[in-house]
Design a protein around this ligand. Sequence first.
Ligand code: SAH
Length: 386
Amino acid sequence: MRRGHPWLFADSVLRQDRRGCAGELAVIYDRKNRFLAAGLFDPDSPIRVRVLQAGKPQTIDLYWWSERLQQARERRQNLFDEQTTGYRWINGESDGWPGLVLDRYDTTLVLKLYTAAWLPRLEEIIGLMVQQLHQERIVLRLSRNLRDVAQDQFAKKDGEILFGPTLGEPVIFSETGLRFESEVLRGQKTGFFLDQRENRRNIEGLARGRSVLNAFSFSGGFSLYAARGGALVATDLDLSAHALRSASRNFALNHEVLQADAFEWLSANPKRKFDLAVLDPPSFATREAERAGALRAYAKLAALAIEHLSSGGILVACSCSAHVAAQEFFEAARMSAAKSKRRFVELRTTCQPRNPKDVSSNSAPQAMPPITLRHSERRNTSRPST
Ligand code: SAH
């Protein structure tokens, strides 16, 4: 205890002045009757006391709890930006809240208890969390061994909402900008394996160009990071069909689909910013008479898309109009960039890929290929893009 161990085991208790109930405050003295620690008592657990306060005695009252909660909060103050709205807010013994975990998923808090000692204190603790953490909802999760006692003695159920509105579906949150769902009411742990966040980031850095097997994938956390890191393909392997469905939904969460006219959508949603925008419309000029209109449309589209670029953003604009020459299309795009009054650099202009047969190979020289003649409906067969 003196060296900071957070538990007092039942078999190291020499004497106890009375039997006591779960959740009562126990004060621990050494053989010479000197104060050692105070903590949460649990008569039914081999971990008889979980230490709250060691070293010197302190009054453990509402103010003390409030300070403790504040400290846990401050420890995480600058760790996350708005890209990460799911993380552990209280990490049990490490934060001085033995046997208790509090995870945040967006505006939902999930409180998971591992000892019955917290049950009689639930109301007090929830009150503080509501007051200090300002979230919309608090869900209670109970480790399996607590479920009966919670139900029988405290009328509390696993997955019960202790504060805030009901919840019909998984909670969506972000982790380093990736979106995930968490099944906070019934899922494993508190719905997601938040403790793997940094490992997931490491995978992102290793995945480029690799095919990835994610065994015991659960809801695909590692795979999402691998995909973002440039994996060729990610394979989720898990026993649970339920977990795999969640993995598919998590991939879908990071893929937005908008059915709309692109010109209209771009005009109507000026606030949506992107770091990279690709414009690959259908042909705007299938007849010579449509050439001028097509050029205006390309210019307009590029101008609209530029409005949606965040600072440092990249625009890729393509054309496949047979009647628009590559150079005039490039000019239209450049004009829109110039008119936008934003500083821009032309990174690359490209055309359609070479025919694979054109690619020189290192193998033995091939016999002269037969001459092929292909009829093209397009007068200008080059497919310019900038
Ligand atoms: N890596 C995950 C968490 C893994 S949890 C993450 O980062 O989110 C463990 C997973 O293993 C569960 O989803 C469970 O369904 C799965 N599982 C358990 N036994 C298994 C087995 N024998 N074969 C495949 N999956 C298994």
